[in-house]
Design a protein. Structure first.
Length: 137
């Protein structure tokens, strides 16, 4: 199993909307960056993803699970890009802010910091554990 981070502007798609999608989940679509799209293509069923509120909040607020691997994004008229389907797993006990992630020297290598515009990115297992622990403070 791999771990990922998915960014969404909460006024476009929030963790609460993801919760309301229920067990059927929701498409993670609208990704138009090739590197992010390649990350979507690498996802497997059962992979876990941090749900990050970008622009407003700038914090990891929950975890979703990939329930359907890459398929042609129905919002892409040219049929070049892919989407995956994700289902809500849990809210973090406390959101983990970008500010606090930047303060942790063990997380300085994350794409969230190094490639701040990337909307879909891998998260290594050690960083996944650190961020989960930071949430329980």
């Amino acid at each position: 199993m791999q771990h990922w981070l998915l960014k969404s502007e909460p006024d476009v798609w929030s963790i609460d909307q993801q919760i309301k999608a229920g067990s059927k989940g929701a498409n993670w679509d609208g990704v138009r960056n090739y590197q992010a799209a390649n990350n979507l293509k690498s996802m497997k069923r059962g992979d876990l993803c941090f749900f990050y509120h970008s622009n407003i909040g700038k914090e990891i607020v929950g975890i979703v699970e990939v329930i359907k691997t890459a398929f042609i994004d129905p919002t892409d008229k040219k049929k070049k890009f892919v989407a995956v389907k994700v289902r809500f797993k849990s809210k973090l006990p406390a959101p983990v802010t970008l500010e606090n992630i930047k303060k942790n020297k063990h997380l300085c290598h994350l794409a969230l910091i190094k490639q701040s515009r990337l909307s879909v990115m891998p998260v290594d297992y050690k960083s996944w554990k650190i961020i989960n622990n930071m949430s329980k403070i």
